[in-house]
Design a protein around this ligand. Structure first.
Ligand SMILES: Cc1cc2nc3c(=O)[nH]c(=O)nc-3n(C[C@H](O)[C@H](O)[C@H](O)COP(=O)(O)O)c2cc1C
Length: 234
């Protein structure tokens, strides 16, 4: 994000690998717990120094590296470049665990990216927004080779209620919690027909009680409907 990189932080460190390495080394020296790092592939399409960055971070004592397979210029456009993530993972000089990240939106995608690259772990971001059961889906698929059935709206609402409960427990006040939850609400209900009015109500609700009332209505109207999470946009 602009507000981060304009201070030379975040992805901007990809423009100054010696500085990235030095900072990482200082952090490793300063703490007693393992230090991990996460970065993108590079700044622009023509400048993707991720292999060198990984080596430098490894030399700095970083214990594991997560790689988001995009450049800074891409922000969230285009596709994550898992081939390059795989190159880092399989580079003869890289020994630290590599965590692959970018565009894992289904159990099959997780399987595909893992098999393609051999990374040591997968990191899921946007795919879990409005679909926090994705982790369970991936685990289930890896363990059994079978896809979990997709939940219907009534089941999804139960999961959302749990997220609301946890979020409100964690946030300092109810309104702050509701504000944070707003970005998640619509993601829970992709493609519901004629949902606009209820969606707007949900996004305008100012306290948990209002949210719960709207959720009850959603269950009454759409309870048995099965949203198409596999084709929902991120
Ligand atoms: C709302 C939001 C906040 C994020 N915040 C951070 C962050 O603070 N640090 C970071 O390294 N990545 C952050 N990311 C990027 C994600 O960790 C991840 O690298 C990126 O979304 C690509 O993975 P995905 O395709 O699974 O979403 C954020 C992403 C989103 C959508």
């Amino acid at each position: 994000m602009k507000k981060i990189v304009r201070h030379g932080a975040g992805a901007a460190l990809l423009l100054d690998l010696p500085k990235m390495q030095q900072m990482a080394a200082e952090i490793v020296k300063a703490v007693k717990i393992p230090v991990t790092a996460k970065t993108r592939l590079g700044w622009t399409e023509s400048d993707k120094p991720i292999v060198e960055a990984a080596q430098r971070l490894q030399d700095a004592g970083i214990a594991a590296l997560a790689i988001h397979g995009r450049t800074r210029d891409q922000l969230y456009t285009g596709k994550a470049d898992w081939a390059l993530i795989g190159e880092v993972k399989n580079h003869p000089k890289i020994q630290i665990p590599i965590i692959g990240n970018g565009d894992i939106i289904s159990a099959q995608k997780a399987r595909y990216f893992l098999d393609k690259t051999g990374v040591d772990a997968l990191m899921i971001g946007r795919g879990a927004i409005g679909r926090p059961w994705l982790f369970r889906e991936v685990k289930h698929y890896f363990e059994t080779g079978e896809l979990m059935p997709q939940p219907n709206v009534a089941e999804v609402v139960e999961i959302l209620k749990e997220q609301i409960r946890l979020n409100l427990e964690w946030k300092e006040n109810e309104f702050a919690g509701i504000l944070m939850l707003r970005r998640h609400f619509a993601k829970y209900f992709p493609g519901l027909p004629n949902f606009r009015e209820l969606k707007i109500k949900l996004l305008l609700a100012e306290n948990a009680c209002e949210v719960h009332e709207i959720l009850e209505t959603i269950v009454e109207v759409y309870g048995t409907y099965q949203p198409d999470y596999l084709n929902a946009s991120l």
